[in-house]
Design a protein around this ligand. Structure first.
Ligand SMILES: Cn1cnc2c(N)nc[n+](C)c21
Length: 205
């Protein structure tokens, strides 16, 4: 493939998201995605699901107001399966408090947050910030991760930086946006959400 549009076409034929939620990440558009994006750092997704399921059994749906009120030891106990649980608990509580301080609630955060604000939060780097923007805030931005890097490297592409790889992934598709729109029946096509999900599922096989 010579650009990301052609890569998307190749991946689409493999029907990689048939067992996944519509936009791949479970509960897109929710605060749960923000939590999952932090929890999944340096661990397997299965561990994140374990921690989230345990959490929801005890506390019901994840809400930013509730996390902001947790003490670190209580949250660390719940998220133990993901590793680095004290650090992640501290960061999730601080992030939740900053969301309430700067935006008032999750809905306003989802509409108004930008990458800079996220990158200023402790424990949020490029991949976590872009995951939150894409899957929690419905922004058409591409998430690139170790799977993306490996796939592109295998196909002969080398990049100097995260942002250069992200730009390559976005450019090819944006240049063919009119064709893309015809693929997806609904308006909210979150193309990059599916594209990233397909790459991860392809590389996990
Ligand atoms: C949402 N999400 C984040 N990281 C994931 C992964 N590695 N594998 C599968 N899923 C669904 C994931």
């Amino acid at each position: 493939f010579s650009n990301s549009y052609e890569l998307l076409i190749l991946l689409r034929e493999k029907n990689l998201l048939k067992n996944s939620p519509k936009y791949w990440w479970p509960n897109v558009g929710s605060f749960e995605v923000v939590v999952g994006a932090i929890l999944t750092q340096n661990t397997k997704w299965e561990n994140v699901q374990k921690a989230l399921n345990k959490w929801k059994i005890e506390n019901g749906e994840l809400r930013v107001e509730v996390v902001a009120s947790f003490d670190v030891s209580y949250l660390a106990e719940i998220i133990k399966p993901v590793g680095f649980y004290n650090q992640k608990a501290k960061r999730l509580i601080a992030l939740s408090r900053n969301i309430l301080r700067d935006f008032g609630n999750f809905e306003s955060f989802s509409e108004n947050v930008d990458r800079e604000w996220l990158l200023n939060q402790k424990g949020i780097g490029f991949e976590t910030a872009d995951s939150i923007l894409c899957y929690a805030c419905f922004r058409e931005v591409m998430v690139v991760d170790a799977y993306t890097k490996r796939l592109l490297k295998k196909s002969g592409y080398e990049f100097e930086s995260y942002d250069e790889m992200k730009e390559w992934c976005e450019r090819g598709i944006l240049e063919n946006w009119d064709k893309i729109k015809s693929f997806y029946e609904d308006d909210l096509n979150l193309c990059f959400a599916r594209f990233h999900g397909k790459i991860v599922e392809f590389m996990k096989k």
